[in-house]
Design a protein around this ligand. Structure first.
Ligand code: ADP
Ligand code: MG
Length: 310
């Protein structure tokens, strides 16, 4: 008999605890200001309804609504991260609904914008670049800044069907300009693709046997805004120049899709550079054809100024 008695006692003890806890929970729920307000606004609510929804009301009181107190969305410890509850009455019954908090809304918007900027092998600081951070006082850069702002203002017109070919010395912020522009385009819901040319060439060569290569190239052809960073710094191969770069540029030229470039070479210098392949051949005509296409999809803009890497 002993074990049964013991477990009975245990059950009674726990049951008592349960009752106590229930009363405590009810009191704390009813003293919550938002619950009080709900009962004040809806005097028709009965005690039975209240008791029926006590767990729901408890859930409401246990969830944080004070989003200002969180430094970031990650700190949110609500059941659904970034969602805060509110109570309402529908058809005479108490209901609970969850809304996105302002931090979550902001975060979602930021993510959506980030998803509009695709990149291959680009450094992180470049992806956070912003036009507002470009130093306008640097006179040598002001033409380039004007051209970028002008471009943004002309979006939707024929002018914007051509991108910009930025050229100038190492470290002046050419790549930074591309990042800032990509983020500015994302603000306008236009997606772009930034590619660092030297890595791109290496990756294309490495994945030659890969079936996905054609799919990737199709993507580069069709993305609304393509940005090729550091053209001319890649190791030269006639095959890449003619079959990959040539075909991407050809397509974008026909479809009037803009391409942005950065380079240490002016177009004239790039022409010479492209004419010499890694086998030492000189291919002036083929290089000229690429330059012609670059001119069709972009406008040449020099970018000078101090070296920001020092
Ligand atoms: P480039 O492509 O011309 O060689 P980068 O764009 O890589 O030069 O810029 C060189 C360095 O200076 C990078 O670290 C970049 O983040 C920084 N930088 C460039 N422009 C700015 C700017 N306007 N404000 C802050 N940092 C900048
Ligand atoms: Mg660069």
């Amino acid at each position: 008999m002993e074990p049964i008695q013991a477990s009975l006692k245990k059950w009674m003890r726990e049951n008592k605890n349960f009752k106590q806890q229930y009363v405590q929970m009810r009191e704390s729920v009813l003293s919550d200001p938002a619950v009080k307000q709900l009962l004040f606004d809806h005097p028709e609510l009965t005690t039975e309804q209240l008791d029926k929804h006590l767990v729901k009301l408890y859930e409401f009181t246990s969830q944080s609504k004070n989003c200002d107190a969180c430094q970031s969305l990650n700190e949110c410890d609500n059941i659904l991260k970034g969602y805060t509850p509110h109570l309402y009455v529908e058809n005479g019954d108490i209901r609970i609904a969850y809304d996105k908090c302002f931090k979550k809304i902001k975060n979602d918007e930021k993510r959506k914008k980030e998803s509009l900027v695709e990149s291959l092998y680009m450094p992180k600081d470049i992806l956070n670049a912003s036009i507002a951070d470009i130093d306008h006082r640097d006179k040598e850069r002001s033409e380039a800044v004007r051209k970028v702002i002008g471009y943004l203002e002309m979006i939707g017109t024929e002018y914007a069907e051509k991108g910009i070919y930025f050229h100038g010395p190492f470290g002046v912020g050419k790549t930074y300009f591309l990042g800032a522009l990509a983020n500015e385009l994302a603000e306008k819901n236009i997606s772009s693709m930034l590619i660092y040319m030297p890595e791109f060439v290496r990756a294309i060569k490495a994945s030659l046997k890969d079936d996905s290569i054609n799919q990737k190239i199709e993507h580069f052809k069709k993305t609304p805004v393509l940005m090729l960073d550091d053209i001319g710094a890649e190791s030269q191969s006639a095959w890449f120049r003619d079959e990959i770069l040539g075909s991407i540029l050809q397509y974008r030229m026909m479809e009037r899709l803009p391409v942005f470039f950065t380079s240490n070479y002016s177009l004239k210098q790039l022409e010479q550079h492209l004419a010499t392949t890694n086998r030492g051949d000189t291919e002036t005509v083929k290089a000229g054809r690429i330059i012609e296409r670059i001119k069709q999809v972009s406008r040449e803009v020099p970018l000078y100024g101090k070296n920001r890497r020092m």
